[in-house]
Design a protein around this ligand. Sequence first.
Ligand SMILES: Nc1ncnc2c1ncn2[C@@H]1O[C@H](COP(=O)(O)OP(=O)(O)OP(=O)(O)O)[C@@H](O)[C@H]1O
Ligand SMILES: [Mg+2]
Length: 254
Amino acid sequence: MAVIALCSASGSPGVTTSAIGLAMCWSRPVLLVEADPSGSSGILAGFFGGTHEYEAGLVELSYSPLEISDALRDVVRPLAGNVSFIAGTRSHTQAVGLRDLWGRLSTALENLESTGQDVIVDAGRLGLPGSPEALISLSDLTLLVSRTHLPALMGARSWAEQLKGAASSWQQPGMLLVGEGQPYNAREVTKVLGLSVIASISDDAASAAVYHRAASPHRKFATSPFIRSLRAAAGAIQQTIARRRDDLVREVTS
Ligand SMILES: Nc1ncnc2c1ncn2[C@@H]1O[C@H](COP(=O)(O)OP(=O)(O)OP(=O)(O)O)[C@@H](O)[C@H]1O
Ligand SMILES: [Mg+2]
């Protein structure tokens, strides 16, 4: 049971699509939290194609007089199968008002462990006003999502420097590549940025559009490189978290 945050440094590499895709391919029940401060509504407008009304989300959670774990239950909505979600803000101005929510939410999400759920957070672009910083740094694994071309790597470089530094508050940073080999591969990206590449998602525009904007799935969607890479990435993420937990236990007990 773990909290995994996805974020980006620049461009729109596919954070939201990958977060939704990972949740859809997750092997256990999973809660998707739309914490992107831009208010872009990747789930209601994107995944559901505007067919579902906004009912409640992070704003209602923030202002609820209830204990956060009780309030959480009131704002979670079903997405599909074993996946549920909390809708994000509907404008970038609302996100700034959630400053006090992220730390409390992080604690409540950790407590979801008892319900057997993992959590995937779409944290949007780093450094924006309203960025869910406490949630990002307290996650078990935070994945910087990036394409592998030079402008994307340049955009990621300053964040990578900061994350590698001793002052970084992130528990465990890693990279999730979209379109590995276009042109650089995982080994080259790790060498340049100094962050481990945990997994790669195939560059597959037609399949990605299904989760990004409710496009109709094509005939081979279920066996597409996109879906296969998401399944592999979900497995690699779970293994990475399990390994780190084992290491921490060994450290404490040795
Ligand atoms: N694996 C992929 N292969 C091909 N295209 C993709 C992939 N993932 C996402 N895309 C496409 O990239 C574009 C941006 O995707 P998405 O909105 O998920 O990115 P983002 O990083 O969340 O952007 P933003 O910073 O605006 O929130 C969309 O057109 C989407 O369909
Ligand atoms: Mg997004």
